[in-house]
Design a protein around this ligand. Sequence first.
Ligand SMILES: N[C@@H](CCC(=O)N[C@@H](CS)C(=O)NCC(=O)O)C(=O)O
Length: 199
Amino acid sequence: MLELKSVDYIEERPPGGTYRSEDYRRLVPAGSVPAIKINGAILHDSDAIAELLEDLFPEPKMRPDDPLERAFLKSVTRFHDTRLEPAVRTLFPFVGNAEKKQSAALLVDAMNRHLERLDCLIDPNPYLGGETLSLADCAYATTLFMMEDIASCMHLEVMFSKKINHWRNALHHTDVVREIIDQNRIAIGDWVNSRLSPA
Ligand SMILES: N[C@@H](CCC(=O)N[C@@H](CS)C(=O)NCC(=O)O)C(=O)O
């Protein structure tokens, strides 16, 4: 969103190198990444950060005025934050753990069931809110690629419907979004490799 809204920012790693460090907890009491320091305040959670950025930097507009449309897109973002992304995170401990492939397969199945529900929920054209990107699209952009990269390194398949694939391609064909997705994929690839062949 910072890139899409052409906001200047500096990206930093958590002090101490990890969100688990005491220094990071002192700075960000919730202890999660991402967090942002803005106008002297610290805020965690992507969704809260995205809403604030939309309020402070309204151009380009990424949240509709119509109450029902706005609430619908919020519900789609919440589906990401409370269902799909947590399902992806359950796979992380299995990367580089070949003997646990059966358990990982069950978790990928669960992830695929969430994708089926998402397919019924949304009707992107080409984005979730229509012709322009919305906050809800931002929630999904990297996750829709990360889940495939993580599953495929365990030789497991993510089942994207035609509708979701079409939307995923539209996101990847959007310049700023593609750059962020591709950077994220490189970082995920490095992490996967470090798990597959630890130094
Ligand atoms: N939906 C949250 C998820 C953030 C999240 O869980 N981040 C992970 C690292 S990628 C984390 O900080 N985990 C540590 C924790 O939550 O205590 C967001 O986007 O801010």
